[in-house]
Design a protein around this ligand. Sequence first.
Ligand code: GRE
Ligand code: ZN
Length: 326
Amino acid sequence: MKNKIGLEEHFAIEDTINDSAGFFPDDIWQELRGRLFDLHDKRLRLMDQHGMEMMILSLNAPAIQAIPDAKRANEIARKANDYLAEQVRKRPDRFQALAALPMQDADLAARELQRCVKDLGMVGALVNGFSQVGDADTITYLDEQQYWPFWGTVAELDVPFYLHPRNPLPAHSRIYKGAEWLLGPIWAFGHETAVHSLRLMGSGLFDKYPNIQIVIGHMGEGLPFSMWRVDNCNAWVPNRNKYPAKKKIADYFQSNFHITTSGNFHTPAMLNTMLVVGADRILFSTDWPFENIDHAAIWFDGSTISEEDRLKIGRTNARKLFKLKD
Ligand code: GRE
Ligand code: ZN
């Protein structure tokens, strides 16, 4: 398929590059490091080769979310956002941008989002899971009360918010001790992000701001497969595990979430996701540079879905969601 758009596509700056080391052997890391810094060279060549018109770019992980000092987090976020906006200005036909945000301070985050959308022309935000705040061991999740005014700004600006994975802190990773191979994108990323998404769905946030759209990657971080059970678990037991939100969890999943194919190039998973949320809420992405553009594109272009759905997932859903102009 020609003219695909991807929206989980990363870059890095000097201040954040080392956050992506450690997930890969040294020789692969050398390649990845180059890919993260590169925007206009190999990246564009591969996009051309594999029918990708556009990448909606975002900073690597966990980056800003792992800078406990709010002032410093704000400084690095602004630096990354200014750099990204400058790069997008060179090729607005091929690149658009998601803002990095200092969630250590909800007010600063709201102001930076306003600046990125209104002054820099960004089309949304991408945040890497929980944030470390004040010290490295104190963390916040985005359903917590201090973030509700921030979500008001997201709703008012009407821009999508990508909830991207990060690893749980070592202190919260006992389950992975002795089985460290499960950390990162293999399993821990998805688990962490799925629970964070469920927290948002159950919090009542989407009752207050019904137009907010959260985007999650990796074909929904396991949630499409598990969504029925979340709402129907032990259906014969009344009044248990109550949450503040008004509706069934699946209602929010189907109304307030979009899902990308990043790093999960598997047709059965995509078909399941189509059955749960519909083809209008699924969007092509690669997860470059951590996954390969050719793996994503060759799989997607040949996947057994209708051409109508391929066009939606590959392109038109993204144009609509991010209000991309011609
Ligand atoms: C990602 O951001 O998507 C990512 C990492 C590290 C390893 C793999 C991966 O940050 O997909
Ligand atoms: Zn990613």
